[in-house]
Design a protein around this ligand. Structure first.
Ligand SMILES: *Cc1c(COP(=O)(O)O)cnc(C)c1O
Length: 374
């Protein structure tokens, strides 16, 4: 059994993907070929925003957003303590300071109450200027954007949606990628919509920022590539990756997103009462980048992971360490017991095999193995 069966997906889509790849190779427009612009238009339409700009990966997408806002030393950016490292890393890379916020154990996403508390504490402390919030759509589930948006407005902060795991998720039909002042996603192969290498995209309704990002991703170009008007990056999506993504986006929108939600439903029905299964709040829709259960404690979780492995079932711990306890952030001197919910999750979470092509027989196997080992 595969944790995320990309090989099987390729077999299903092989005819179209091979045609797209060979077509891109033969057309000889490897950088910024026509597929890139087409894909950006398709993605913007799917997400429901005015502008989509593709780039080299999801980390660069976040970096480009922070560069648009000119964040730097002395600026505080509020980041969930339970996420992939990139979310905080990009803040530090710009010279700004990530300020870690605890998460809601039920949704794994940034806790709106703790966010407000942390903003107030940062203002009271006075050493950093609060500038932005990065909310993450962890495991595919949108963050609580009603509450977060209100807080962002109240304190005059930019809202950046890190939708690296969230492509396809929605609240009341409004899709992930449309909730931030700027939103981003990643096309890393294992994400809900993945390419065959690295890739990412930025979404915004703001014309001025979109133009700035278009410049920043090509060495700060002005009227043409060798007219450089600002310091930028080399961060473009390859034509070949765009070609693959055009095929994959169609499958994603046609049936994969629905199929992965069916898998989640089956897991939920079979595992209810045995372990804590992930919840999806009313009117929320997840793209299920991960299906993550919670055990009672670390011993039970670690025992289950070993038992699953012995039964040939792969599982992953996303994530074993909260941001505030990462070695790279020792310099920020967070007390060890900061963000207690994030700490607890790191000890109790386990992500199960999850993808749109997971067979019912495999779902049953996973569930039976869990039931006989907790
Ligand atoms: C994967 C991921 C990123 C980074 O995306 P890359 O394309 O790997 O650079 C950022 N944030 C979160 C939450 C992610 O899961």
């Amino acid at each position: 059994m595969q944790f995320r069966d990309l090989k099987y997906q390729y077999e299903v889509l092989k005819t179209d993907i091979d045609k797209a790849l060979i077509g891109a190779a033969a057309a000889n427009a490897y950088i910024m070929g026509p597929q890139v612009k087409e894909l950006e238009e398709q993605l913007a339409a799917y997400v429901g925003v005015k502008h989509c700009l593709s780039c080299a990966n999801g980390t660069d997408a976040l970096t480009l957003a922070l560069k648009v806002w000119g964040l730097g030393p002395g600026d505080a950016v509020f980041v969930p303590d339970f996420t992939f490292f990139s979310t905080a890393e990009v803040v530090s890379l710009e010279g700004a300071t990530p300020v870690f916020v605890d998460v809601d154990k039920a949704t794994f996403n940034i806790d709106a109450c703790d966010l407000e508390k942390t903003i107030r504490a940062t203002i009271a402390d006075g050493r950093l200027r609060p500038k932005a919030i990065i909310a993450v759509d962890l495991f595919g589930l949108p963050a609580d954007y009603t509450a977060i948006g209100r807080t962002a407005k109240q304190y005059g902060l930019w809202l950046l949606e890190d939708g690296a795991q969230g492509f396809g998720g929605a609240i009341n039909g409004k899709r992930n990628g449309s909730f931030g002042d700027i939103s981003t996603t990643s096309f890393f192969p294992a994400k809900p919509l993945g390419c065959y290498g690295d890739g990412g995209a930025i979404f915004t309704d703001n014309d001025e920022w979109a133009a700035l990002i278009a410049s920043l991703r090509v060495h700060g170009k002005g009227s043409f590539k060798y007219d450089n008007v600002r310091i930028g990056m080399n961060s473009r999506l390859d034509t070949m990756q765009a070609a693959v993504l055009q095929v994959k986006l169609k499958a994603f929108a046609d049936y994969e997103l629905e199929a992965v939600n069916e898998v989640a439903k089956k897991y939920g029905e079979q595992l209810a009462g045995t372990v804590k299964t992930p919840i999806v709040p009313r009117n929320f829709y997840s793209s299920w980048a991960q299906y993550t259960i919670q055990l009672d404690n670390r011993e039970q979780r670690d025992h289950l992971q070993v038992a699953l492995k012995e039964a040939g079932i792969p599982s992953m711990i996303y994530y074993p360490t909260p941001m505030h306890a990462q070695t790279a952030y020792r310099n920020l001197h967070y007390p060890a017991d900061s963000c207690p919910s994030a700490l607890q999750l790191c000890d109790t979470v386990l992500s199960l095999p999850m993808h749109p092509y997971l067979k019912t027989t495999d779902i049953n196997l996973v569930c039976d193995a869990i039931k006989s080992n907790v």
